[in-house]
Design a protein around this ligand. Structure first.
Ligand code: GLP
Length: 261
């Protein structure tokens, strides 16, 4: 696991956008795994700016999102389909038909989840998976105790997640209690994983995920077993990491990061 610590949230967001842009440049028909959440909004804004300047071309890119609320269709302002259109897809030259999220309104959830896994495989697998980190340690909507081998499925959201995301819903009680999510096994199959975490609120769960024991209690800790994972942090989110000095030194000296700094 590489850990990149940058001074502020905007530095971390820009760096993450550059990592994604570098993937798109290296493989113009790459398959991106995309994430939602407040953390990613600025990443998508930076990508939209790069696209407008002609620095990155999404015309041959396809994408699969991590998750979607059960029961919400794409026109619902709280659906992740709406979020993705609003924050990214409407602002870059990606083909909408090449963007996929689980269908929250699927009549047969099991069939939808099987089809999602099939579609990812048929596309050649995810080249780069973007992740955020939930307050309870979730990635996608893989709540604590999700199996590290789990695949795309319908899950019940944790009380912590209902608290974290309830504020987006009016009233908060109208937030769905279930969601479709790629599994941890699905995420781990991605060739490269980029997790972005910002803010002091996430410092404790970031330390648990990166430096704590690998445990289903902290789903993001599974990434310690991924062969090509990088976590991008601002100072606030990194503040409880024990090896902060080492991560800074590695980032400064490792030539892989030279063009992205
Ligand atoms: C939601 C998403 C997660 C995301 C998390 C982080 O719960 N399902 O994939 O990681 O939000 O949220 P935020 O960036 O708003 O803190």
């Amino acid at each position: 696991m590489d850990v990149v610590i940058l001074p502020g949230a905007s530095d971390a967001e820009l760096f993450t956008a550059r990592l994604i842009a570098a993937q798109v440049k290296a493989k113009p028909d790459a398959v991106l795994g995309l994430a939602t959440g407040a953390t990613q909004e600025a990443v998508y804004a930076r990508l939209a700016e790069m696209c407008a300047r002609g620095e990155v071309d999404f015309s041959r890119i396809s994408s699969f999102n991590l998750d979607e609320y059960a029961g919400l269709d794409g026109n619902d302002r709280n659906s992740y389909r709406y979020y993705m259109n609003h924050h990214l897809f409407d602002h870059v030259n990606i083909r909408k038909e090449a963007t996929r999220l689980p269908d929250g309104t699927a009549a047969d959830p099991e069939a939808e989840c099987a089809a999602y896994e099939r579609d990812i495989r048929a596309a050649g697998g995810v080249d780069l998976q973007l992740l955020g980190l939930g307050n309870d340690g979730h990635i996608g909507f893989n709540e604590p105790m999700s199996s590290f081998r789990s695949r795309t499925r319908l899950v019940v959201l944790s009380p912590e997640t209902l608290r974290q995301n309830g504020g987006y819903f009016d009233p908060p009680e109208s937030m769905p209690h279930c969601a479709f999510t790629m599994g941890i096994g699905t995420v781990m199959d991605a060739r490269k994983v980029v997790m972005l975490v910002t803010g002091a609120r996430k410092a404790a769960v970031t330390a648990a995920a990166l430096e704590g024991p690998v445990s289903a209690m902290v789903p993001a800790s599974a990434l310690q077993m991924h062969a090509d994972a990088v976590t991008v942090l601002d100072e606030a989110a990194a503040s409880q990491l024990k090896l902060r000095e080492y991560y800074r030194a590695a980032f400064a000296e490792d030539p892989r990061w030279r063009n992205l700094r």
